[in-house]
Design a protein around this ligand. Structure first.
Ligand code: FUC
Length: 787
């Protein structure tokens, strides 16, 4: 059966937590909070009974970046020569020269100069919390907290005994509406009257005013002067509201709070501000909240549900799970209870979290924690990490039928072009005469304020290949949608500029083209060329050439790029039969950390496609050696990556084993992914991995059930998307394909593959050697049946 809700029978304070205690405290929020969001505005529902907290977030509420305190802010770049009169780009040239001369030690030393300035990096902040207290409740029973993934509505309900001895039934509903740009909370009491207190608490500067039925907050972030504003309106069905340093609602049977919140952030270099005054910003959020509140709860709820469900319901999954249970039980009893329901839920949760944290009109993509954060110093600043994490956040978007949710990513990368050109110039010395199209660079970590410099330590901070890598996510928007307008306007210009930039960066070494210096993410060492950079640069040229051809442009450049591509250093296989991560590696484990969580030398296998079972099985065997050496266990996101790579080598049973490990050691009771303390990428990586188990399309054809585990005997998935914009639904029974339905959204040729038997495409053709190829009509659906 399908299953689309997570529910709990005890509040967080009574829940059994995983022993992933972080920095000495129990990370209850990370383990139990239930997230809601409309892309930008985020809420996490805790759901305690007498005293509850609702954590508020806005995606753009960040410290760092330009500030009156930092008049010289320049994305962390070193912008002036050092005591030796040298810019980073001078050292960059010297490093390459030293490598060429064989003076590796000297080259390594100069790498220390390729760093940025830490000042101004900043952090994603927590807005604050709405605190609810109901001192009238003595005890409660029949507690339930449910998150409906299909509607984005969280509900908390219980029966409570009041001080006067009466029993009442309380229900609280929460959602964050994308169409109405507001959060909505409704408390209802049956059998008695409410007596409740609401207070807004924040650690930021500013004012909070409680006034009749309103809470109005205006303030600025101390670090950078970013303005923020919140406007809440409370509606009751009678009774009264009094205010002092909180709102006190009593003698009503229900009340609804509608609030909007925003900042004056704008994704535009160099100011990164809308230019609004505090009053204008307040008026903007006030207008949203007032307009929404006039519609009333029912209308808001309907508009929200329709909007959310329209995206969510595009894909359904049924792994033949039968036993419904509270989410924490599903987790702790994984492998003992019905595990299929837990897998279905975690799968859809990845889509749910994306719909809630990255919507088409957002300025920014989802960050390391999506949009949810309960403190002002989250790990890694909860930033945009581009040596795997931001990429992983978008792995499941296209095949999970949510392509518009990738628009904030495309928009964000576009916003990094102008500041990134400065980094390209300062650090690699590449500047065109008009100073416009010289190429743009950013590295491992990025912020909303054009932070494009390398990190403040070379070994984790330097990563030029981050740009081709994230551009692969960007290019895939086109591959899945065939939208040539976005290709022409946004995607191709970035690919073209980067392809031309790397054409200048690549140097010849032993007859092949490589970049230098390189560092395999977090695993080192400093080298001339490595598999990570080579794979991503190869993919960059592949994507740029395909885009140019689709747009019928730049034939001359394509020829040049093809030539470059053919001269790139290829994958090499080491003495243990492994894919080498570094060219000077012979045996496994000889360089770097043996079981390192990053598998950067296998990006050609996933998410890229140069290494695939169809075209180069030898490389696949070598990839398997490398993957085995890395082992199956790791931190959350890394297990997410393993699920995808093992699906790409078509080993469904191995994938399911890793999923089992993920449930045991990488998932919290609220189904968030563990990475000290919580990182959302592993959630997204899991969902992407399930898509890859059931359908792949990177080899030029749609591969049905490529990595179906034996334990998934019967099931059905509807609405996946294959490259070329085909909607794919698949049903299987007893481990074999039963039927598939392919809807062609854009017309064109469709090629299908099913390994286990021949099949027919109803009324069109029959497969030969397990392949069928046919022309499709835009809008038509084709039925595939086993022979
Ligand atoms: C990558 C990983 C770390 C962490 C950080 C945010 O650099 O290596 O494990 O996830 O990003």
């Amino acid at each position: 059966m399908e299953f689309n809700r997570m529910y709990y029978e005890v509040p967080p304070s009574k829940m059994k937590l995983k022993k992933h205690y972080y920095m000495g405290f129990k990370n209850i929020w990370e383990q139990t909070a239930l997230p809601l969001g409309n892309g930008s505005l985020g809420l996490t529902v805790i759901g305690e009974v007498k005293k509850d907290r609702l954590i508020l977030n806005h995606k753009t509420l960040w410290a760092g970046g330009p500030s009156p305190k930092r008049p010289d802010y320049c994305g962390g770049n070193i912008t002036a020569p050092d005591e030796n009169g040298k810019m980073p780009c001078d050292y960059y040239a010297q490093i390459r020269e030293e490598f060429q001369q064989g003076n590796d030690q000297k080259a390594h030393e100069f790498c220390e100069k390729l760093v940025g300035i830490k000042e101004g990096y900043g952090s994603f902040l927590c807005w604050g919390e709405l605190v609810f207290s109901d001192n009238d409740i003595k005890k409660y029973k029949n507690y339930n907290r449910t998150l409906d993934l299909s509607t984005g509505i969280c509900t908390v309900s219980y029966d409570a005994k009041l001080k006067n001895g009466e029993w009442v039934t309380d229900t609280r509903e929460y959602f964050v509406s994308h169409p109405d740009k507001c959060a909505v909370i409704k408390f209802t009491r049956k059998g008695g009257l409410l007596d409740c207190n609401i207070r807004l608490s924040t650690e930021h500067n500013g004012n909070i005013a409680y006034n009749n039925d309103k809470i109005v907050q205006c303030g600025t972030v101390e670090d950078n002067g970013l303005s923020f504003s919140l406007y809440a309106k409370v509606m009751t069905d009678g009774g009264n509201i009094t205010e002092a340093d909180s709102l006190h609602i009593c003698n009503s049977t229900e009340f609804t709070i509608v609030f909007s919140a925003d900042t004056d952030y704008l994704d535009s270099y160099p100011a990164y501000r809308t230019g609004e005054t505090a009053e204008e910003l307040l008026n903007r959020v006030k207008l949203s909240a007032e307009t929404a509140s006039e519609k009333g709860f029912d209308e808001l709820k309907k508009a929200h549900t329709d909007d959310f469900n329209a995206l969510y319901s595009r894909v359904s999954i049924d792994l033949d799970g039968k036993t419904d249970a509270p989410a924490d039980k599903l987790l702790y009893k994984y492998g003992k209870l019905d595990s299929r329901i837990a897998e279905q839920l975690l799968y859809q949760y990845g889509r749910y979290l994306a719909i809630s944290s990255t919507r088409e009109d957002d300025f920014l993509p989802s960050n390391l924690q999506g949009i949810w954060n309960c403190c002002n110093n989250p790990m890694w600043s909860s930033d945009f990490h581009t040596n795997v994490n931001l990429q992983m956040n978008y792995w499941h978007i296209y095949n999970g039928n949510l392509s518009e949710c990738a628009k904030p990513l495309i928009r964000y990368i576009k916003s990094m072009v102008i500041p990134g050109r400065l980094t390209a110039e300062y650090y690699t010395g590449i500047k065109s005469d008009d100073g416009e199209q010289n190429g743009f660079l950013f590295h491992t970590q990025c912020t909303p304020f054009g932070w494009t410099c390398p990190g403040w330590e070379f070994n984790w901070g330097w990563s030029p290949a981050a740009v081709p890598w994230i551009l692969h996510n960007v290019y895939e928007y086109y591959e899945y949608t065939l939208d040539t307008e976005i290709l022409e306007q946004d995607i191709y210009p970035m690919l073209r500029e980067t392809a031309e930039y790397f054409a200048k960066l690549l140097v010849e070494h032993n007859g092949r083209l490589v970049t230098a210096p390189c560092f395999s993410p977090e695993n080192g060492p400093r080298t001339m060329g490595n598999t990570y950079e080579q794979a991503l640069i190869w993919q960059l040229y592949d994507n740029a050439i395909k885009s140019a051809k689709a747009l019928n442009t730049d034939a001359g450049l394509c020829e040049k790029w093809q030539n470059i591509q053919s001269k790139l250093k290829p994958y090499e296989i080491g003495s243990d039969g492994q894919i080498k991560e570094w060219y000077h590696e012979t045996h496994l484990g000889e360089i770097g950390e043996r079981h390192h969580r990053h598998m950067s030398h296998l990006l050609g296998l996933y998410p890229c496609n140069a290494m695939n079972w169809y075209d180069n099985p030898d490389l696949i065997s070598a990839a398997v050696v490398s993957m085995n050496d890395r082992t199956d266990k790791s931190t959350g996101w890394s297990m997410g990556q393993k699920i995808n790579t093992w699906a790409r080598v078509l080993d469904g049973d191995r994938v399911l084993n890793i999923i089992g490990t993920l449930f045991k050691s990488g998932i919290y009771p609220n189904f968030w992914d563990f990475h000290p303390p919580f990182q959302i990428d592993g959630n997204f990586g899991f969902t992407s991995g399930v898509n890859e188990m059931l359908m792949q399309s990177h080899c030029g054809f749609i591969h049905l059930l490529p990595a179906l585990p034996t334990a998934w005997q019967n099931g059905k998935i509807t609405g996946l998307v294959a490259r070329g914009n085909f909607i794919v639904s698949i049903e299987w029974q007893n481990g074999k394909l039963n039927a598939a339905y392919i809807t062609s959204n854009m017309g064109g040729k469709c090629k299908l593959y099913y390994a286990n038997s021949e099949f027919t495409v109803d009324g069109v053709c029959e497969s030969e050697n397990h392949f069928a190829e046919f022309e499709t009509q835009k809008g038509s659906t084709y039925t595939v049946k086993i022979k």
